[in-house]
Design a protein around this ligand. Structure first.
Ligand code: ZN
Length: 428
């Protein structure tokens, strides 16, 4: 009796979640969705960047993961009626985790058809029937959102280096890259602007080097067509800039990495609102501004009530004129020189978590180099200048103090990230 009472009290204390290695309780997700629906009634569409199941991967089954998928789709449709939702596949949706056989693996015991067929059926709620073929084949699709504006959702598990099926053959699994080129070329012919959505950011260490190099080339070739990319997976609030492969001083593209809903781990729960150049003749479909909203988990548990608030608006926080790739590149450069600006970015990166670790010189270098790296496993090329600048300033009294009080750096992990968008006509 005493044990169950203690357990009950613990549940009450952490009723909105916990900073330790725990995912989002259902009641926290319910409350966040309700808050979003009430606060942002002008949302035009939602980007869902994948990873629905929690992190108890040793407990998971195909049946359980399908149940999580179906219940999430049902809940999203109920809370956001009439709002289109564009999903992308995470690395946690499969069972076992990270296991995504390419389409030529067709044996009943091994095939991924159990998941992709279910995705085609569930996602159909928001997508046209024409995308069913590519979802069933590889869990990717292309959809015309409005005349002149297309969203391409890609399956980043075919660059996931923990997807051991790729050891069989990692050359363009499911011919996805070839398909992306075809879609982008058609978009270019039709004068469309394209947003790419996916789960694992292409510059992340979890993305296979060769796949990432090929993808990078494609993004550069179609830099006038692709005006933004959106990913999740890291749980942090961050971004990756793409550069000209032959001229590292010329930024070509930007990938936004949205904050996770889950507090896993040491994080506050959060979500993003993007403002996009909207419907007018010369629209660029560039992101004009974005906001990150969070809930302070510590206070929510303390007062038994979650309060969401806007943590920051990007252009105002960093004093940026616009959010073109060149503006993001300038922000990285300024954070290399300006410790206070970096500290602000670092606070946002952790969604203002009160339990975030201190950031020493190596941590600062790692975070800024992450932002320079839209191509994985290639730091030496893209980050040499930032590294040498930071190394030369490491002898300062300030970096000495930072090193003195630092804690060990965290590694990345996975889970749900939802990103919400609203269209707004305005100057980029
Ligand atoms: Zn993930």
């Amino acid at each position: 009796m005493q044990i169950s009472l203690k357990k009950a009290l613990q549940q009450i204390k952490y009723f909105q979640g916990d900073y330790r290695k725990c995912d989002s309780p259902k009641r926290m997700i319910d409350h966040m969705y309700k808050h979003i629906a009430e606060t942002h009634s002008d949302i035009d569409y939602i980007l869902w960047t994948g990873d629905l199941p929690p992190h108890d991967i040793w407990n998971q089954t195909k049946e359980e993961n399908l149940k999580v998928l179906k219940e999430t789709v049902k809940q999203m449709a109920e809370v956001f009626p009439g709002i289109p939702i564009f999903p992308a596949l995470g690395n946690h949706e499969s069972a076992p985790v990270n296991s995504f056989p390419p389409p030529y693996v067709q044996q009943v015991d091994s095939s991924i058809a159990w998941l992709y067929d279910a995705l085609a059926e569930e996602w159909q709620k928001w997508l046209p029937p024409s995308v069913s073929y590519t979802i069933k084949r590889g869990a990717f699709y292309s959809v015309l959102v409005r005349p002149g504006f297309r969203i391409i959702s890609i399956n980043m598990n075919y660059c996931n280096n923990k997807n051991w099926w790729l050891l069989l053959n990692s050359t363009d699994p499911a011919t996805q890259l070839q398909w992306i080129i075809y879609e982008l070329q058609s978009a270019e012919f039709s004068n469309e602007k394209v947003h790419i959505i996916g789960h694992i950011p292409p510059g992340h260490a979890d993305c296979l080097k060769i796949w990432s190099r090929n993808y990078y080339k494609i993004v550069q070739r179609y830099e006038s067509t692709i005006t933004a990319q959106f990913f999740g997976h890291t749980h942090f609030d961050e971004f990756e800039v793409f550069y000209d492969s032959n001229d590292v001083s010329r930024p070509t593209n930007i990938a936004y990495i949205g904050p996770s809903v889950t507090p896993y781990y040491d994080l506050n729960p959060g979500y993003r609102i993007y403002y996009i150049d909207g419907d007018h003749d010369a629209t660029t479909r560039l992101v004009i501004d974005h906001e990150t909203w969070i809930m302070n988990l510590k206070e929510a548990n303390l007062y038994d009530f979650p309060i969401y608030y806007k943590l920051y608006s990007t252009r105002a926080a960093y004093n940026l004129k616009a959010l073109r790739p060149s503006d993001w590149d300038e922000l990285i450069n300024s954070m290399t020189d300006d410790q206070d600006k970096f500290d602000l970015y670092y606070k946002h990166y952790w969604k203002a978590s009160p339990v975030r670790p201190a950031c020493d010189a190596d941590c600062r270098k790692r975070i800024l180099c992450d932002a320079k790296s839209g191509r994985s496993h290639d730091r030496k090329y893209f980050c040499a200048e930032v590294e040498s600048k930071l190394d030369s300033s490491n002898g300062s009294w300030r970096s000495w103090i930072y090193r003195g009080i630092s804690f060990s750096n965290k590694t990345m992990s996975n889970n749900t990230a939802y990103q919400l968008l609203t269209n707004e006509v305005g100057d980029p």
